[in-house]
Ligand binder design. Structure first.
Ligand SMILES: Cc1cc2nc3c(=O)[nH]c(=O)nc-3n(C[C@H](O)[C@H](O)[C@H](O)COP(=O)(O)OP(=O)(O)OC[C@H]3O[C@@H](n4cnc5c(N)ncnc54)[C@H](O)[C@@H]3O)c2cc1C
Ligand code: SF4
Length: 281
């Protein structure tokens, strides 16, 4: 395997695609490479070239979760989502750009079952063990998006800039289709450079997990209030961060037999989150 260290974001983007992958903190990518789940001929190290740091609402994609969780410029929901993600060691290495693009934790996918997301024709989790899986958007792939951070950014109405375009964070994600099994809209040769997070009047992130620390969200709820507008986004409930138009929309969930409990958990967390930002539940 070759390791490239380009000197600009443009040169890095030009080196991507065709069997090469961007390497930031490596906390997600390196284990996937080691297990042979992701294959790459070339790694393109982006550590020194993707912006890193916080300036008001602007966050470089190379900023670590550890840097974000302690910075008072960062809205509460995002700080808390970062603080509750992984372990201190992972947060010290893991960047926000990499967090947004982390792969699914679905064990069938990680064990390389030939499932829908791997290009096959069925979702093994639907018929198998799926306690941690999705309650929304789960018709083809029932994986649960693992990023606390993405849900917080979607609730906050954040946007991101790439080497090609600017887009709302919500539009970074998609549900897989028969033609395209990808869960993101990012091109293979596109780099996330920066995020812009608008100020919120109040925001919170609440997370239900199997352990008090170092566990992925069973359900994560981010809520933000800005100029009277309330936005709620959920982690761990759909193959992508899930924007919830209203608390009543939880009744539209399509749980699998083993994930029905997540609706009750989400109801409780949404109620608490709305109280936390001073909005009626
Ligand atoms: C055991 C464990 C527990 C975890 N728990 C949680 C949790 O509870 N909540 C949570 O939200 N997260 C959790 N995570 C995820 C963790 O936060 C991410 O692994 C980390 O943030 C990824 O960042 P990285 O810089 O290491 O990315 P890398 O591993 O370097 O990259 C990840 C992916 O993103 C791509 N990439 C990285 N940066 C860019 C960029 N700027 N532009 C384009 N592509 C890019 C890489 O090519 C790769 O595909 C956990 C991870 C582990 C391993
Ligand atoms: S939930 Fe998605 S990733 Fe998991 S087995 Fe089903 S199709 Fe594959």
């Amino acid at each position: 395997m070759e390791l490239l260290r380009p000197d600009s974001a443009e040169a890095a983007a030009a080196a991507l695609g065709n069997g090469s992958k961007a390497l930031a903190g490596g906390t997600d990518l390196v284990p996937l490479l080691r297990e042979g789940i992701v294959r790459a001929d070339t790694l393109v190290e982006i550590g020194g070239i993707v912006p890193r740091g916080i300036d008001g609402g602007r966050i470089g994609a190379g900023t670590t979760l550890a840097e974000l969780e302690v910075d008072p410029q960062i809205p509460d929901a995002l700080r808390e989502a970062c603080r509750l993600a992984g372990s201190p060691q992972l947060r010290a290495m893991g960047t926000i750009g990499g967090n947004l693009l982390q792969a699914t934790r679905c064990w069938y996918w990680r064990l390389q079952f030939p499932c829908y997301l791997h290009g096959g024709d069925r979702c093994h989790a639907r018929d198998g063990v799926h306690r941690e899986h999705a309650i929304f958007g789960n018709e083809r792939c029932a994986s649960a998006h693992p990023s606390d951070v993405a849900a917080a950014l979607v609730a906050l109405g954040a946007t991101l800039s790439t080497t090609r375009r600017r887009l709302p964070v919500a539009e970074l994600y998609r549900l897989p289709t028969d033609d395209d099994r990808s869960l993101t809209t990012l091109g293979a040769d596109e780099l996330i450079l920066e995020l812009e997070v608008p100020p919120a009047d109040a925001s919170v992130y609440l997370k239900a997990m199997d352990r008090r620390r170092w566990a992925f969200p069973l359900v994560g709820v981010a809520a933000a209030r800005t100029n009277g507008e309330i936005r709620i986004a959920l982690a761990g409930v759909a193959p992508m961060p899930w924007l919830l138009p209203s608390p009543a929309a939880l009744e539209d969930a399509t749980p699998l037999p083993g994930t029905t409990y997540k609706i009750e958990v989400a109801r409780a967390l949404v109620r608490r989150a709305l109280a936390g930002i001073g909005a009626a539940g």
